[in-house]
Design a protein around this ligand. Sequence first.
Ligand code: M6R
Length: 366
Amino acid sequence: EKSGFEHFMLKEIHEQPNAISDTYRGRMLVKKGIIKMAGVDDNIERIANAKRIIIVACGTSWHAGLVAEYIFEDIARIPVEVEYASEFRYRNPVITENDVVIAISQSGETADTMAAIKLAKEKGAFTFGVCNVVGSSISRETHAGAYTHAGPEIGVASTKAFTTQITVLTLMALKLGKFKGTISNSDFQFHLQEMERIPEKVMKALKSDELIQKIAYTYKDAPNCLYLGRGYNFPVALEGALKLKEISYIHAEGYPAAEMKHGPIALIDEQMPVVVIATKKGHYEKVVSNIQEIKSRKGKIIAVVTEGDGEVRELADHVIEVPETIESLTPLLTTIPLQLLSYHIAVMLGKNVDQPRNLAKSVTVE
Ligand code: M6R
């Protein structure tokens, strides 16, 4: 049931404010200043004392894992590695009993992710699943886990699964950080309050839809597109590029903005749209200078900025605003315009948005 939306993908994009609050509801008790997550609470020593966390996943879930790497290291001070499940399972990885392996999977059925978890268990690691589908294979195979509670995701292009995965992993990092004392009480409390404001801010970000449709119309015939971001928003750039590729069949690449001068900058000319995530928090000034580099090579700049931004507005061809929040939570907002941009381009090109060619919703064969 598409509830009046033209496609499941659009419906699911718009469901994100509720999906995110469903994910933290009952877990995040803001007034009491605590986070309750049974799967973490029951194993807190084991997880908090992990020498290393290895995250295994594929596709969009792997991008959520990359965001989680920044959050876990930043807040809980546990070293994190993020691996494509398919590479991890076949490369004789070093895994010990002191490792915690987290599998992220919307469907909970992805063959490579499942095999990675089995391998990690054989080697004695503690395994933790972040799945959306209740009772799915990965959720049953792992020692413990936390569901994302995003509700059914029908569109092949993952949207609300991504933002709710980031939500769950953020709560987990905060909980571990509090347990380990690597985050101050006031900072912890501030994070909870800011997280509680995310759904309303996502709703605000969704209001840029008309502007994004105009931008989509301008660039729908571009053969290529670059996506750049730094820090917490580098994985968002990868995710934006994947969304565009899979539903519009336009070739797109995501890069950490600073990597541009190590190769991709050669691609930039007046034909090349470059989507840059340039929110105020994080490495703003550095991103601004990357934007200048693109501009001097005549690239077309579509910038995702913080509300009220002036500096990037001067330089960019188009700016899309998102509300302000703390840096670690910006991916929950900056992802929204990128989802809408790929959606509108694909619709304008007449593509089958919900069921793109060659793709399946869950990849149960390797
Ligand atoms: O169900 P999973 O999260 O394990 O699926 C992983 C990928 O197959 C999935 O995210 C895929 O990349 C999506 N089509 C991306 O939109």
